[in-house]
Ligand binder design. Structure first.
Ligand SMILES: *Cc1c(COP(=O)(O)O)cnc(C)c1O
Length: 407
């Protein structure tokens, strides 16, 4: 490497640090759960917590399945019976019975004809649009869609429209402007991760029907717990079985390891197996993840207890944190944005919470708009009421000390 190039990189890193945009990674020294052990974060002075156990409020471990005994046992069993690695892509010798079973089970769970696995949801979105749509087609996308959707659409030759976030009138404008296209697809996050906003899929379905468009959603923050049976945003909004393309992750509520999927009609999945580049040219899930994911679906189809507990925790926490004097973005999703507005104060609050035994990260510009800094917490079925009570007490104390809470 030339010194000029190294210097060029160092300069960019310094610019990130100077702008307060540098992301330090906190090291966890045990399993994911309600309580986690944290080591100090590199490059985050004043925020070290030296191996203490703290209440974790920022994992996507919505159902507490990341360390669930049945899930771990199923992973062990698959490791024993199917080995560690695939050492091949799917179409050469990288498909096991576990992968076929998991695809069929995901399709059933999500209410579609078939499903196809990817190494990650990022790949599912990255490999979705280009094989299905061409120059004659139009893709209409919410302006706040996830980075992987944006990248996936960029790889595709279809014409692009962007509508204002969650704005149905603006979506209809795009549908009208795109009326000459051969096929039209409207694509949105099912749930948006910064605010916990739930897409209006019932109204979107209606608009798509009126304009002859397909509807697709990314269910990463929904699969497993949204809707009465936890099937997702489509169930929550009363359009189960009526969404054309569904992408999602195994890396959040559904066990939290890694892996993604696209669920859709048989023809869609069949064509993706032929043409989707992240599927064709990259290994799929390790057998242990496939086996454990089947156990996750067994658990979720047998009982709604975990999603019910998550719903309960969410309701309780949203009320309690407001009673403690904080503003939140209203809603019902287990993502609860606790508004601090000012970036420096959000960081101070997060640091003080860690001292008080609560791990909750601050988000500020450019991740969220300027003046909208917040602590985004996420509820989990693994939280007991006692954890949440302690967390709210810590917020109340830190809020008083920093002059943030109203009460
Ligand atoms: C987390 C997330 C992804 C990426 O999921 P991975 O399986 O970790 O790649 C994609 N889309 C949305 C909306 C997400 O929240």
């Amino acid at each position: 490497m030339t010194t000029e190039f190294a210097r060029h990189l160092q300069q960019q890193l310094q610019e990130l640090r100077d702008a307060g945009l540098y992301k330090a990674e906190r090291v966890i020294t045990g399993a994911q759960g309600a309580l986690i052990q944290v080591a100090g974060a590199q490059g985050a002075p004043g925020r070290t917590a030296d191996g203490r156990e703290v209440i974790n409020l920022c994992a996507n471990n919505y159902l507490g399945l990341s360390s669930h005994p049945q899930v771990i046992a199923a992973a062990h069993e698959a490791l024993r019976t199917h080995g560690y690695g695939m050492s091949s892509v799917r179409f050469i010798c990288g498909t096991q019975d576990l992968h076929k079973t998991l695809e069929a089970r995901l399709a059933r769970f999500l209410g579609t004809e078939d499903a196809i696995l990817y190494a990650a949801a990022f790949d599912a979105n990255g490999g979705l649009f280009e094989p299905l749509f061409g120059e004659a087609d139009a893709i209409i996308s919410d302006e706040l869609n996830h980075a992987s959707i944006i990248d996936g659409i960029r790889l595709c030759k279809a014409q692009r429209w962007r509508y204002k976030h969650n704005d149905m009138a603006d979506l209809e404008r795009c549908l009208q402007e795109a009326s000459a296209a051969r096929f039209k697809l409207v694509f949105s996050d099912g749930v948006f991760s910064m605010d916990g906003t739930i897409a209006q899929l019932d109204r979107m379905r209606e608009l798509c029907d009126r304009h002859g468009a397909l509807l697709g959603i990314d269910e990463c923050h929904a699969s497993g717990f949204m809707g009465a049976r936890g099937r997702g945003t489509h169930e929550h909004r009363g359009v189960f079985g009526q969404v054309d393309l569904i992408t999602g992750t195994l890396g959040k509520a559904l066990g939290g390891a890694s892996g993604g999927f696209t669920a859709a009609r048989r023809e869609v999945v069949e064509l993706l197996r032929q043409r989707s580049r992240p599927y064709l040219f990259s290994n799929t899930l390790m057998p242990a993840i496939a086996g454990a994911s089947i156990a996750v679906l067994d658990l979720l189809e047998a009982s709604t207890a975990l999603r019910d507990k998550l719903e309960d925790n969410t309701l309780w926490f949203r009320r309690a944190i407001v009673a403690a004097g904080f503003d939140i973005k209203p809603g019902t999703h287990p993502i609860v944005p606790i508004m601090v507005y000012d970036a420096v104060k959000a960081q101070a609050l997060s640091a003080r919470l860690l001292e008080l035994g609560v791990y909750a990260v601050g988000f500020f510009f450019p991740v969220v708009p300027k003046g909208q800094a917040r602590i985004r917490v996420q509820m989990s079925a693994v939280h007991e009421r006692e954890h949440l009570e302690r967390a709210v007490a810590a917020f109340a104390q830190a809020g008083r000390e920093l002059g943030l809470a109203r009460a």
